[in-house]
Design a binder for this molecule. Structure first.
Ligand SMILES: Nc1ncnc2c1ncn2[C@@H]1O[C@H](COP(=O)(O)OP(=O)(O)OP(=O)(O)O)[C@@H](O)[C@H]1O
Ligand SMILES: [Mg+2]
Length: 277
C-alpha cells in the first residue's frame, strides 16, 4: 500500500486525454485499381481541450483530408485519429463542421436553419430557439432571425453557419476555409467575432485557412504543412494574450508571428511560395 506521505499527485490527478489527437497518421486515396495519392504522411498533432489550432499549407497538401479524418468521414491508412481518447470511427454528435460555403435551406428562416440540428436530434425546441436567439444576436444577426438565407449577405450566412455549428454545444469545431469567400473587411470582422465566440464557448477548434494573419490572430498554435504529402513543417506557438481584439492586430508581436509563419512561404519558386499572400 502507498504511504500517505508519498507524492500521489500524478496518480490522483491524471492528465485528461487530449480533445483531438492525430497519431502517426498517413492517408492515401485510391484513385484507380493500383494508383494511390498520398495526401498525408506522419501527422502527429494533439489539440488540448479548449485549444484553438490553425493549419496553413499549400493547396493540395491534405488540409481538408485532415478534417475529413477528424470528422470520421475517412479512416486513416495508417495511425490513429482519436477524440477524448476514443478512436474516431464515424461522424460524432459532439463534433461540428463548417465548410467554405455555408449551405442553408433556402425555404427556411435563419432561425429554422440554425435550430435544425436540434430538431433532427429531437431536442427541446423552445430551449433551442432561446439559445439560437442569443447566439444570433451575439454574431450581429439581431433583426434577421426570421429572414430567409437569400436575404443575407455571404458574411451573414457564414455567421449563421457558426451559430448552427454551435447549437449542439460541440466539444470540437472543425472549420475548412470558412471565410475564404468573404471580402477583407468582412473577414476581419468575422475573425474578431470568431475569437470572442470561441473564447466564450470553450470549444476545441481546428481551423484550416489560407490567411496567415487570420491563422495567427485566432490560434494558440499554428501548424504549417509541407506540400503533398502533407507533413508538419513547423508548429508555432502563439502566446498573444486573450481576449484577442483590434489591439492584438496592431501589436508588434502579432506582426512578428505572422512574419514567422510567412517565412515558410517565401522561398522564390517553391511550391510553398505560391500558396500564400
Ligand atoms: N476523394 C479523393 N480521391 C483522390 N484524391 C483525392 C481525393 N480528395 C483529395 N485528393 C487528393 O489528395 C490531396 C490532398 O487533398 P486535400 O483536399 O486534402 O488538399 P487541401 O490541402 O485541402 O487543398 P486546398 O487548399 O486546395 O483545399 C490532393 O492532391 C487531392 O488531389
Ligand atoms: Mg481543402
Amino acid at each position: 500500500m502507498q504511504s500517505p506521505l508519498e507524492p500521489t499527485g500524478l496518480a490522483l490527478d491524471p492528465k485528461p486525454p487530449a480533445a483531438l489527437v492525430f497519431h502517426d497518421v498517413d492517408h492515401e486515396y485510391y484513385v484507380r485499381r493500383s494508383a494511390t495519392v498520398r495526401a498525408l504522411a506522419g501527422i502527429e498533432l494533439a489539440l488540448a481541450t479548449g485549444e484553438f489550432v490553425s493549419v496553413v499549407g499549400p493547396s493540395g497538401c491534405g488540409k481538408t483530408t485532415l478534417l475529413r479524418l477528424a470528422v470520421g468521414l475517412l479512416r486513416p491508412s495508417r495511425g490513429t485519429v482519436s477524440i477524448g481518447g476514443e478512436p474516431v470511427r464515424s461522424p460524432r454528435r459532439d463534433v461540428s463542421f463548417i465548410f467554405q460555403d455555408a449551405v442553408m435551406l433556402p425555404w427556411f428562416s435563419v432561425m429554422e436553419n440554425v435550430t435544425l440540428p436540434i430538431r433532427i436530434a429531437g431536442g427541446d425546441m423552445a430551449m433551442a430557439r432561446l439559445r439560437a436567439g442569443e447566439l444570433l444576436d451575439r454574431v450581429g444577426l439581431t433583426g434577421f432571425h426570421n429572414a430567409t438565407p437569400m436575404q443575407l449577405s455571404g458574411g451573414m450566412r457564414q455567421r449563421a453557419a457558426i451559430v448552427r455549428a454551435l447549437m449542439t454545444r460541440p466539444r470540437i469545431l472543425l472549420m475548412d476555409e470558412p471565410f475564404g469567400a468573404l471580402d477583407a473587411l468582412t473577414r476581419e470582422q468575422m475573425n474578431l467575432d470568431l475569437a470572442s465566440i470561441a473564447e466564450a464557448s470553450g470549444c476545441t477548434v481546428l481551423l484550416i485557412t489560407h490567411g496567415i494573419s487570420e491563422a495567427v490572430f485566432l490560434a494558440n498554435r499554428v501548424v504549417v504543412m509541407t506540400p503533398r504529402p502533407g507533413r508538419i513543417a513547423e508548429m508555432i506557438d502563439i502566446p498573444l494574450p486573450r481576449p484577442r481584439n483590434r489591439r492584438t492586430l496592431a501589436a508588434p508581436e502579432f506582426a512578428a508571428l505572422c512574419d514567422r509563419v510567412r517565412e515558410h512561404f517565401q522561398h522564390p519558386g517553391s511550391e510553398m511560395a505560391s500558396a500564400y499572400e
